[in-house]
Design a protein around this ligand. Sequence first.
Ligand code: CTP
Length: 397
Amino acid sequence: MLGKRILLIIGGGIAAYKALDLIRRLTERGASVTPVLTKAGAEFVTPLSVSALAGAKVYTDLFDLTDEAEMGHIQLSRVADLIVVAPATADLMAKMAGGRADDLASTLLLATDTRVLVAPAMNVRMWTHPATQRNLATLQGDGVLFVGPNDGAMACGEFGPGRMAEPLEIVAAIEAAFGSGPLAGRHVLVTSGPTHEPIDPVRYIANRSSGAQGTALAAALAALGARVTFVTGPATVPPPAGVTVVRVETAREMLAAVEAALPADAAVFAAAVADWRVANAAGSKMKKDGSGKPPALEFAENPDILATIAQRKTGRPSLVVGFAAETDAVIDHATAKRARKGCDWIVANDVRPETGIMGGTENAITLISAEGAETWPRMTKDQVARKLAARIAEALA
Ligand code: CTP
């Protein structure tokens, strides 16, 4: 953090008071903070308290001619190592997602080539509104980092997600963004979730993968400082903060997204990819034809994404990790799968129904590598993720 330059945009909202504490936490860690206060932000905290805590001039208006002479907004957007928006209102997120530039804050965010970390704060209904969730997805796709919001009681009296992350959580997210961990400077690709293979425009074939293990792993890798590209099918668990999210539906889209995200230092294939797609998917909704005969679906094999990447002649990530869901002879099957697919490691899950692992919070895995099989004690999916992320960091060191 020492010597890092942070441009802090303070949006309007009751959480703006926490931005004052954030400034203090950042400056005491040796960072320099250039504050920008939006018009709405200035309704909640005064420019004087912001500049006093930051020990720096506070920028407030796009058309301040003195500021333009001193430091133009384009330059202001470029001199930072990271731009932090805290609190980010629904309106500010909408402006960012739409590429609008009608005040100083939104202009800086559009003009910058620096990474941006956003700490949203808003009413729970505003946060869960499809428009905000759409904007969130757009911004994550653009590589914008997020921290929070957290669940809890809100100043407006409602309860749920929408509270801004605490200043120390934002500091941790900033540290991770600066990549001070063992995976700093490394790019890791993670696939996650199920795929949906269309039958017709309204029906599809899918599986029960929640995306929990892939999501936990992507979060653990990002926490170690990796730049993570998270290619996810339609999972039930939301994607983690601080990663670049690429949303896909089908196996073929997933392969294309993975290939587009290369080069990577490591790639982990945690997605439950459908092995087959419907070859004769209909372009319009299939109707009962009155004959009482069910339609005959034909299947075609999907590309094996893991095998395709593991067997690449050029641009193969130096560590390629696959998953295997097994119910019996776990080590034998997973060892054969490792050889067949050409990957470096296989993380084998014991998914016998009595284990409760599928859809549960725990996992029991055996890591298969060239060195042999290593069975880990049963632990939570988060613990598996952290242990696996640490092993990946060791392997890439
Ligand atoms: N995988 C993939 N693309 C596919 C199928 C699988 O990338 N089209 C990856 C998965 O992400 C996972 C591993 O390959 O890392 C699982 O391999 P798979 O052969 O599907 O094994 P299981 O799901 O364990 O099932 P089975 O052994 O019955 O084939």
